[in-house]
Design a protein around this ligand. Structure first.
Ligand SMILES: [Fe+2]
Length: 260
């Protein structure tokens, strides 16, 4: 199995509701390595609740974590990142350099919905695309309006969005509706990236392995490896992700034989 890539984990100590102290962040990274991860987006929230989380604060925090991991011989590569919130100023904030992208490469912006709201990301995706940046929909399974509307998901993906799902939701969905929706998404190839959305050690641990196992079972090895490894690493390194558009589940014996 290639090393898994966690495209969503709160690792910047003291900057948001993730770990309070660097030692906790390092312990989380040890958990991730044990889960089979080799790479992780070390991120914190960037939203009105955390106005101090500017790029100038996030970049050195991620660099300090990377140095800590090296010193403590934790085998995990971390990439400076942020989880930003959809809102009227999203595109302007991006254009003004106020937001940190995944891997700080300037190509993929991890976007979550405002608290308790669901907004159409299509206009923002269309405005960001000419600026060279694609939206990654953070923990997309949380939004029933999207999860149960394949037409909407297809339109967002066609506009350049990538769909990130939480490994824990795949492994242990918290409702039958979510289970059905996620299964349909995996079988229809709507899912592009995996994240733990880990926040700590005692709560919301950064877990990936069980979610990856479920992905493998539902989607087959070739697809699971793209989601769990190839596309995640491309995003963190700022490389292109050339994912085929979602479609009906691949069911032929020949496709199954090939692991597709
Ligand atoms: Fe998060």
């Amino acid at each position: 199995m290639p090393p898994l890539v966690d495209t969503h984990v709160h690792l910047l100590a003291g900057l948001d509701d993730g770990p309070d102290f660097p030692d906790v962040a390092v312990a989380m990274c040890r958990v991730l390595a044990a889960e089979g991860a080799g790479h992780a987006a070390a991120l914190c929230h960037q939203n009105p609740d955390y106005p101090d989380n500017t790029p100038d604060r996030i970049r050195p925090a991620a660099a300090a974590l990377a140095a800590d991991l090296l010193a403590k011989k934790v085998p995990l590569a971390v990439y400076p990142s942020a989880e930003v919130m959809a809102g009227p100023s999203l595109v302007d904030d991006w254009a003004a350099g106020r937001l940190v992208s995944l891997g700080d490469s300037g190509k993929y912006l991890l976007v979550e919905m405002p608290h308790g709201e669901f907004v159409d990301l299509l206009p923002a995706a269309e405005q960001l695309r000419p600026l060279g940046v694609r939206i990654v929909v953070a923990h997309a399974e949380r939004y029933p309006d999207l999860l149960h509307d394949p037409g909407m998901a297809e339109r967002w993906i066609a506009a350049g969005c990538l769909v990130q799902v939480t490994a824990r939701a795949l492994a242990d969905p918290w409702s039958d509706d979510m289970e059905r929706g996620l299964e349909a998404w995996v079988r229809g190839r709507f899912v592009h990236l995996l994240g733990s959305d880990g926040h700590g050690i005692d709560r919301r641990r950064p877990l990936l392995a069980d979610g990856y196992a479920r992905l493998l079972k539902l989607g087959g090895r070739a697809y699971a490896e793209r989601v769990g490894h190839t596309w995640g690493l491309a995003v963190l390194r700022g490389e292109d992700v050339d994912a085929p558009p979602p479609g009906p589940p691949a069911r032929s014996w020949f496709t199954r034989l090939l692991g597709g």
